[in-house]
Write a protein that binds this ligand. Sequence first.
Ligand code: IMP
Length: 435
Amino acid sequence: MSSVSVFGAQWGDEGKGKIIDGLARGADVIVRYQGGANAGHTVIVSGAKYVLHLIPSGILHPGKVNVIGNGLAVDPLKFIEEVEGLRARGVKVDGTNLRLSSAAHVIFEHHKRIDLASERWRGVGRIGTTGRGIGPCYADKAARTGLRVADLLEPERCRRRLAAALAEKNALLEQVHGEQPLSLEEQLARYMHLGEVLRPFVGDTGAEVRDAYRRGKHVLFEGAQGALLDIDHGSYPYVTSSNTGSDGIAAGAGFPSRWLDRVVGIAKAYCTRVGEGPFPSEDHGADGVKIREAGNEYGATTGRPRRCGWFDVLAMRYSLELNGADGWIMTNLDVLDSFDEIKVATAYEVGGQMHREWPGAHVDLADVKVHMEGARGWKTDITAVRRYEDLPALTRKYVEWVEKLVGVPIVMLSVGPDRDQVIPRDGLKRALAHA
Ligand code: IMP
């Protein structure tokens, strides 16, 4: 048996969907443990594109159990939309292959409205959220005023808790944000109906996942967003509202940390970020634009153009160490195919001093000056390469240079969006246990 955590090691959008989809072949249970429909995991199967927001990327493989853990903020409308979208394309989705935690928090209409209104209120200090209600829902979870999936299934409890929540949220919407209040009866009717649609999927998923692991099943944990967007360890306050790395698994899936066998990070051969916040290795010039176009760097959830820049060794070392990664997977290497020179951030200058390690929360990342080093580009199309030794010598040189700087083995490379455009490296089996 084995359990593997695969998480985004940068600012999200590292290509996790495709990698998890590939690794799901060898897994029995695929588990999401945090975030919500703010994520956008793109998987391409034989040229057909699927974008998943809530449902784990393992859903595209028959016979696998996919779990939405208690740590998620679930918008029932998005859940149903995604289930129906998959069914319309012939993918089997029912309560046997998709499980939803009864303890996951529910995103209501008021969360989405407050998310958008708070962003307007923040003005230039806005976070650039996806507007999906994530922050307000997690805020209610921490304030103990939220409703969980199980509450939608109990009419009396649902009425009592939603009435209490809406009394406060309507005051906020009307008096602070100048918006129309929401009708309790309308909201109750809508969400209790949605609850009935969810019912066949709902269960105690923590117990189900632990039981599967004990019975020798392979469990794969799918992180959403990226380690640098982690609420505790990321670039606060420009982060999402959950623990995005392997640190989120115990709380968000009910799976003990001590049972985690392997941890693997995913990072692009360069860096991107959507939304506001510091991004030390961002390229504001022609190279940034070129990366965006070559990598089609537009948000899968919001369609926003992503900010683009170069691979950041300090950020990567930090996020791999923080999450205890045994190895990492470098994605989108082919996006660099046409560059004469490929840059890598190898040090930060802070207050006149050079740092080779992530500077920590006391330093405002917006104030760091980045020191870049360059490598010669290979100027060859590598999208058809499937064996490491068949890559151009300059590509291997770049990969090995970055690997050495980061100090953690690269166990696989991805050279295109399709499921099979991957290049395994030595150590893949060791790092993933069941790959
Ligand atoms: P929220 O998660 O919608 O509250 O957004 C908070 C920050 O996280 C914003 O900067 C978003 O752009 C970013 N974010 C949230 N989800 C993703 C994702 O899946 N990929 C990349 N960035 C994300």
